[in-house]
Write a protein that binds this ligand. Structure first.
Ligand code: UT7
Length: 323
């Protein structure tokens, strides 16, 4: 059977780092509160010349370099983002142009913080369906552009950045020993849409709007939803938590990551955490974390890796991949 194998991973972060102490004169908050409630110590914030397209392009180039490929080898670009450069055309098409790619096709996918997990699953189906042989899957966000900088309950939580992987069709045996995407599970439930949303949009206010979140409500649902979808993915893959080498969760809050891992019986040493350095970068958080753990030698070829995300909608999902 055809499997979608990861050939390379890359990432890009804005130049400017904003530390917790930098908020202290802006809103009523403290480094101690932010660290204790979220685990975040700093985040990167895009300058005017850094956009979802430019960060996505840089991450894509890094992933192509790691794969030993060029844009000419790619058939499809799937970009997960909720912060496109323009309402349309899709920012993925702008990245396609920036990469000098005149063939193939590109589209954006919007599932907020779950976007990368949805995009990997989508790319895997294009590959296994025979429509593409090599796919660039990118998560790129500039959430700083959606923030209400006077709202302490949200502005301290988010950051900007991008991560990307190259997926390639390869022959597999159809067993758990295969490299590539082995199982996935996706969910959404729009009855929660008011708990985490942006209060603007082209068809309603004709403005970009600002991010609004009932943090406590999101927190309340997060761990249960995350563990449910992971258990569904374990069942689909025929594995248990003991088989995992690495857990790479969405990086929204260290307390959510710790509680989910504890409930699933995944030991702390197997959990990749980058929320301390990046904050919540929405669809970029999982590929950014992957990029860090591959670069520092933790994730190696043959490892069994679980990706997970949960966010606005709500949307949530998990993907099991043998690296
Ligand atoms: O990526 C999509 C998924 N998003 C998430 O997973 C986010 C989920 N939610 C969270 O991570 C947490 O709910 C937060 C980090 C947003 C908040 O933590 P919490 O422990 O749930 O705090 P809380 O909302 O219950 O607020 C506790 C107190 C409140 O004051 P009162 O009402 O108790 O007087 C807040 O007003 O903390 C206050 N507060 C702050 N204080 C200092 C809220 N934001 C801040 C702040 N600095 N930045």
């Amino acid at each position: 059977m055809i499997r979608s194998v990861v050939r390379g991973v890359g990432s890009a972060l804005p130049r400017r780092i904003m530390r917790n102490a930098d908020f202290e004169g802006m809103v009523e908050t403290s480094d101690a509160w932010i660290v204790q409630r979220t685990g975040i110590t700093q985040r990167h914030i895009a300058a005017d010349d850094e956009t979802t397209a430019s960060l996505g392009e840089a991450a894509a180039r890094a992933a192509l370099d790691a794969a030993g490929l060029t844009a000419q080898d790619i058939d499809l670009i799937v970009l997960a983002t909720s912060t496109p450069n323009h309402t349309f055309p899709a920012t993925s098409v702008e990245i396609q142009e920036r990469l000098g790619m005149r063939h193939g096709f590109a589209f954006d996918l919007q599932a907020v913080c779950s976007g990368f997990v949805y995009a990997v699953t989508t790319a895997d189906l294009y590959i296994r369906g025979g429509l593409a042989k090599r796919v660039l899957v990118i998560g790129s966000e500039t959430f700083s552009r959606l923030l209400d900088w006077s709202d302490r309950s949200t502005c301290v939580l988010f950051g900007d950045g991008a991560g990307a992987i190259v997926l390639e069709a390869a022959d597999g045996e159809g067993t758990l020993a295969d490299r590539g995407i082995l199982a996935a599970s996706l969910r959404s439930d729009g009855t929660h849409k008011q708990k985490l949303y942006v209060d603007g949009g082209p068809s309603t206010t004709q403005t970009v709007g600002h991010l609004r979140m009932e943090g406590r409500e999101v927190f309340k649902h997060a761990v249960g939803m995350i563990t449910d979808v992971i258990e569904a993915t374990f069942a689909a893959g025929g594995i248990t938590a003991d088989d995992l080498d690495w857990f790479v969760p969405h990086q929204a809050n260290k307390r959510i990551i710790d509680a989910s891992a504890r409930k699933l019986g995944i030991p702390e040493e197997k959990v990749v955490v980058t929320v301390d350095l990046h904050g919540n970068t929405s669809a970029a958080s999982v590929p950014l974390a992957l990029s860090v753990a591959v670069a520092d030698g933790r994730i190696k070829r043959g490892d069994l890796v679980l990706l997970e995300a949960m966010g606005g909608g709500f949307t949530w999902g998990a993907v099991l991949v043998r690296w």
